[in-house]
Unconditional design. Sequence first.
Lengths: 483, 356
Amino acid sequence: MQIISFPNEEVGKGDYLTVEDFKTGKSLIVQVVDIQYANIPGIFEELLRNYNGDSSLQGEDIDPFEVATHVAYIQDARLLVCKIRATNINGDMVFTSSWLPSRSRAVIRKLPIERLFASAKNGNGYMIDLGETNEKKQFQVDVRALDGGLNIITGKKGTGKSHVSKLLTLSLVTHGAPVVVLDINGEYTGLGRTADGKPNDLHEKIHILTPKQNFKLNLGEFKIRVMLNILVNALHLPGTSAREFGRIWRFLDQNNALNMRELGEAIKNWKCNQHVRDALFSRYYTLLNSGLFTDEPSKVASFEDSIHKARVGGAIVINLRDTSTVDRHVLVEYVLGKLVDLLTAKKLRAIFLFAEEAHLYLRETYWDDIVTRMRHYGMFTTFVTNQPETIRENIYRQADNLFLFNFTNDHDLETVSRASKVDADTVKSVARDLPPHHCLVLGKIVNDFPIVTKVRKLDVQTMGHTRLFFSEIHPLSNHLASM
Amino acid sequence: MNAQYPITTTPKYNFPLPEENLQLPLDFIEVSMRSLKHMKPVKLTQENPTSFHQIPKKQTTLNPTTVLAKLKADPTKIPIVAMDVSSIRLGETEKGILIALRGAIVWKQDTQYRYLRLGPFPFHITNKTQLEISSLFRKHRQTIRIQKHTIPNIFYLQTRLTTLLERWIQSSVNHTTRRSLILWDGSLTAGTPETPTRDMAQLLEEARIRKNTILAFSKMTRLLFNGRRLTNLLSDHEPPCIMRIEDNTLYEGPMHLMGNIYVAKLTRGSLAFRMDVDKQVPHLHVVESVQKLLGNDVVLQSYPETLRLAHIFSTFTAIEVLGIQRCLFKEKNLKILAKPNVRRILFGPFGKGLEG
């Protein structure tokens, strides 16, 4: 649907309008997805004639009726390209567009977001303040819409993805949900502190697990399935050797000797092919030298204990910063395996997993696992990435909520537009012009009405700053300047 | 005998301030406003732009002889001023017609063009308001004695008002310039109700007194010479050149030619134009003037740029028509409705040509 708008009417991309046809008692709810200049007859001639960049042609007008203001008004008329989102039939919202209002009779008005949500019969449940709308009004969403869902937060670098991810994490924690964050850049480690470094209200509920420091693994916590996943998927152990490792593991388990020292001894003394032994030894030393394992579990925090603490509201931030690729794979295999174990054993009701740049540590087979099997166990994942093509198409299609920040690259927009929650035109047109910290929210969380919001500021310590070379004046540069 | 050197002041064009000498536009505005004042909210019937009224003209055959003059651009500085007036019919109301007028003056100063646009002036011409418009004529045209029974049809008042504004602008420019080339759009034909002979004679005389030379370019002419269209006479001649058509007194009826008719082919290309110059201006002076025009103005397709700009600035674009209509809608609650196209209704897709 295309609507003409004049310069005094403030309408932005993403705004909602109602097209009311009083005679029929119906109104269309449409969203502005693109704004263009209206193609008015004669506009080209008018612009050419009045082009005043050429100093060789200047003059003045005696315009007693001030027609020029009317001409300028028409010149600046805009065409609002809108998408029909719903039909309001006597107060009932119908998500179809089989009816069109009268062109001549219909009255077009701006529809404030809060009224849209009121008319969409939005619940009052667990509301969180996400930010503000284009009308500078507070924009709240029901956090329960994240429950049981698959979410994607994406946008180009520096647009505010991690910010909204942190906001959702803290909101979930506030409402008593357990959250695990796979923090690739150590950005979430300040979640428990205010911007000036003081502990905030949720300080006690934010558990930072830094591998090799307060987070080490103990073989006793492992199930053989998880360990084999690490060896096969992260350390590429061949199948024959994996089978032999299984026998060693079961032997140690039966003898209650599952620790790194005993594992090394067992591999050393195990009767097997020398090539198999060599293969097992090489993986064993990789694990041993990673520093991730300890035989003294009492000295470090147990992941299971942390999860236990977070059961009634808390976030466990796995700080993957400064870890090698192999270590990251090992840790993620362990964490995901452990979570699945806890969920299947019903020790944990559900968990919200936030995975930043998951392609850096998630093995191929996990993607489908996360969106299908693990979701049924109660693991609800939010992927955060600035490289949308690293997330598979089927994940976009199954995503329940999408928090989309600015993209200018056509290829990125094409990838993101595969999300089933909205039409490609809306994504491509609106996302392209989103300012920093503004996001297009799509999906269940906004009752399937795409909403543009400015994400609110958080009073948490920001850890995601890139270290810059020129951030401080180097003494040498002072010296050079004075020369 | 000592000859006196022909010392003259450097030609300089001092264009008047817009406030000066604006008696007629103020009247225009007043009459225009009054014409709209009594207007009740009406529905304006918008016309198909192709259906604008055209007054048919008879083709006139001349029996002249010709004088050809080859030209060479003369860079001697001379101010060049051009003017043009446009009118457009915005539509019909139940009581009359709504029109808008606008005039433009363009002049060349050194290498720069300057312009002054007057208008648009919207008029609602009805049986009531035409009396006021007629009194406007009487006030400014002492030569015209419009009797009640000779009051023009409201549909012809558009042409009358347009000419009135054009003549005023021409007169204003005449009064404020000296030793300049003044370019008009159209011919020096007089004797019509809009342009009485005395008015035209007065304008030409003022020009002569102030040493101005008026060159009137017609974009279209219906005059024939030996069965050939006048503008085709120079198709075999190398430009720039002009051809004077002598013995051009064969206009019938009240129409009177106040100027000599020339055909001007000033540049290469397919176009040549009829150019009228005051009969009392010697041929040699015309040649010199056109040579100065060539030396001082940009001439493309045999048409001077100054005059081209005047035309461009006076004409109404589609968006301006919308702007005027919006202005009238805001001020007078005027609503636009498309006039039913009788041809289209009767003949469907075969209903071409002017709206019936």
